[in-house]
Design a binder for this molecule. Sequence first.
Ligand code: NAD
Length: 263
Amino acid sequence: MTPNDLSGRTAVVTGGASGIGRATAVALAEAGARVFIGDVQLRTENEERFQTLSIEQSVCDVTDLGQLRSLIDGAAESTGRLDILVNNAGVVLVGQADEIGESEWDRCLDTNLKAVFFGVKFALPHMRRSGGGAIVNTASNAGLLPRAHDPVYSISKQAVVGLTRSLALCHSKDRIRINCVCPGPVSETEIMDSDLRSQADPSAAAERVIAASPLAAALGRMVSPEEVAAAVVYLAGDAAMMVTGTAIAIDGGKSLGVPPAMT
Ligand code: NAD
C-alpha cells in the first residue's frame, strides 16, 4: 500500500460541489476513499463524475449544526467508519469594519469558523471508534497574512489556523491529526470567479491578483484547485502520519510578505 492509498477509508468534504472542495472530493476518491460531500448548493454538472467515482452528495448547510452533524453521522453510519474530514465550505466577506453588519459577521464566522469547530466535534467520536483520523481545514493565505480589503474574512481564517493548532494539540492522543491548508489565489473557484466578475475590468483584476503572489506572477497563473487537493490528500494519508497542527501555504508565496517588483 502506498502512503497515499486511501482504500477502505471514509471521507467527508464540506463545500464539495465546487472549486477546491470538488477537486478534493475527486482526488480523495481517486486515491481510493469512499467520499461523501455536503454542500448548500449541489450542481448537476457534477453528477456524472461523482457517480463514476461513487461520491455521494447531499444538501448540507454547515451553518445549520443539525445538518452538519447528519452529514458526518450519515457517512460514518453507512460505511461503519470515519477516517477523513475536510472542513472546506467557506464564504468571502469584503468590506471595512464600519461597513460590516452583525448578520454579515455572523454568516462569515458561522460558515468559516463555527462550522469547522463543530465539524471536528462531530467527527471525534467516529474517528476514535475507527482508531484515529485526519482532519484538514481549508483556511487561506489570509489566515497567515491578513488583508486590508477583507478584515473579517481574514479574522475568520486566522482563527481557523489557531483552531487547527489548538485542536491538534488536544487530539493527538486519539491519533487524530488536524491540519490546515492556506490556499490562494485559486482559479476555477466560484469565490474567485465571482470576485473577478464584480470588477470593472475582470482580466485586469485577474492580473493584479496574480501579481500579488510571487510564484503566481512568475508562472503567469493562479493556483489550481487540484494543487490544493493534492496537499489535502497528502495530509489525509499515512505519509503525513507524524504531521499535525500545521498550516501549509499553497499560495505561490503570497503570505511570505511584500513581493519584489517584477522586471
Ligand atoms: P467555491 O465558491 O468554488 O466553493 C465553496 C463551496 O462552499 C461552494 O460549493 C458553496 O456552495 C459551498 N458553501 C458555501 N457556504 C456553505 C454552507 N453554509 N454550507 C455548505 N456549503 C457551503 O470557492 P472555493 O475557493 O473552492 O472555496 C473553498 C474554500 O477555500 C473556502 O473555505 C474558501 O474560503 C477557501 N479559499 C479559497 C481561495 C480562492 O482563491 N478561491 C483562497 C483561499 C481560501
